[in-house]
Design a protein around this ligand. Sequence first.
Ligand SMILES: *[C@@H]1O[C@H](CO)[C@@H](O)[C@H](O)[C@H]1NC(C)=O
Ligand SMILES: *[C@@H]1O[C@H](CO)[C@@H](O)[C@H](O)[C@H]1NC(C)=O
Ligand SMILES: *[C@@H]1O[C@H](CO)[C@@H](O)[C@H](O)[C@H]1NC(C)=O
Ligand SMILES: *[C@@H]1O[C@H](CO)[C@@H](O)[C@H](O)[C@H]1NC(C)=O
Ligand SMILES: *[C@@H]1O[C@H](CO)[C@@H](O)[C@H](O)[C@H]1NC(C)=O
Ligand SMILES: *[C@@H]1O[C@H](CO)[C@@H](O)[C@H](O)[C@H]1NC(C)=O
Length: 375
Amino acid sequence: MGLLKPVLALSAFTALAHAATHELIVGTFGTNFLYTLEFDDEALTLNLAANTSVPAASSWIALSHDKKNLYGTSFTATTPQFVGYTLANATGITHDNTVAAGGNCTGRAIFVLADPNPPYAVYGSLFGGTAGCGGVMSVEEGVLTDSVQNYTYFSTSGVHGTALSPDSKFLYSADDSGNTLWTHSVDSTTGALTYVANLTAPSTGADPRHVAVHPGGQYLYVVHEGSSELGQYTVDSQTGIPSYDSVYPLKKSNESAENFWADEVALSFSGSYLWATNRARNTNANGGLGYISAFELDDSGAILKQNFLLSTTSSGGSANSVAPCTFSDRFVALTDSDTGFVEIWELAEDGQSASVVAHLDLADGGCCANAVWYS
Ligand SMILES: *[C@@H]1O[C@H](CO)[C@@H](O)[C@H](O)[C@H]1NC(C)=O
Ligand SMILES: *[C@@H]1O[C@H](CO)[C@@H](O)[C@H](O)[C@H]1NC(C)=O
Ligand SMILES: *[C@@H]1O[C@H](CO)[C@@H](O)[C@H](O)[C@H]1NC(C)=O
Ligand SMILES: *[C@@H]1O[C@H](CO)[C@@H](O)[C@H](O)[C@H]1NC(C)=O
Ligand SMILES: *[C@@H]1O[C@H](CO)[C@@H](O)[C@H](O)[C@H]1NC(C)=O
Ligand SMILES: *[C@@H]1O[C@H](CO)[C@@H](O)[C@H](O)[C@H]1NC(C)=O
């Protein structure tokens, strides 16, 4: 007992020294609110810190490089529109502008991306209707300001997610409806795009949904929504054009892909792990639950192995979007829109498993779409 005391005292001190509260902002698919959450990484508590009324429900939100602004889709608007906010802090959220995008295309705003490099342009994606267009928007001091370009994919396209190369020279578009991965080059002065290539997905009905690029720039990863797979692609360093390399399953081999719709792919803080998720469409497989998976990467970004494929605690609804925290590889936020909640999952120390450490219900009838880590 004499020996135990100092050990306890030391571990308590260490815990206090490292404890920190982190803030997340969460959007919704159908209600005009943005939620600010507080996650205590020592007590492992997740609380609602603010419920902010905003002019739009956002199926996707993205922070600016300096976290002084937030951009979102206006998901329930009948024409494609994007919203911009100024953030005084994680709870001081002020609407700046709503910007129309997409030219002659119809459909709704589904996804938004903010370039972390100058000119910090904002890229908007459209889905449903005749959505074969994308929009480039400018910012002034971070404030979403104007439409600078509407460009076209195929007339049958519907892009559900985009990602930039680490140097922001190329934009990749995951074209779910067009079963294609697009490459555009980025004008470093205006942010405007120029077509470079379109690459048909490796199988019919693979349906690229979201894309993530490794910080090393040699690999990118695409969630194939239709085939419930995670695709690894290599990137040509000269042309920026990806080539399909291999796929990994986001469901059990005895389960049919038609019972799922794979969702998200995102890199951990250090770039050592890749997270991917799947959603259950019905109760015909896996008891109606979705999946969460993590992959171990080598320094270049090549997938070494799939560490696990675990059931999520719900189908995920339209979400099951995974957002790795921005301060360590330890935590990710997972959003559900079936009943409306956010969970924090913790990666095991050996990286071979993960578990839920905090859960917060946000059952407003529209929550929860995606989460971003403000701090
Ligand atoms: C956050 O910003 C708002 C708006 O400027 C301000 O009223 C509020 O006091 C700030 N909150 C904190 C915790 O600083
Ligand atoms: C892009 O399309 C939107 C919606 O039609 C329009 O308001 C905007 O002016 C267009 N932008 C450009 C640069 O033409
Ligand atoms: C939009 O439609 C108008 C009228 O049909 C046409 O003149 C114009 O070229 C179209 N714009 C684009 C970008 O396709
Ligand atoms: C898509 O790629 C094919 C093959 O390179 C090319 O022939 C076609 O013009 C491209 N389509 C568009 C709309 O860019
Ligand atoms: C698939 O196999 C697992 C065991 O690995 C089993 O628990 C599950 O019920 C099977 N699912 C279907 C749809 O057959
Ligand atoms: C946010 O506030 C609105 C009332 O303004 C309420 O209807 C909604 O349920 C609240 N959201 C949550 C998750 O409590």
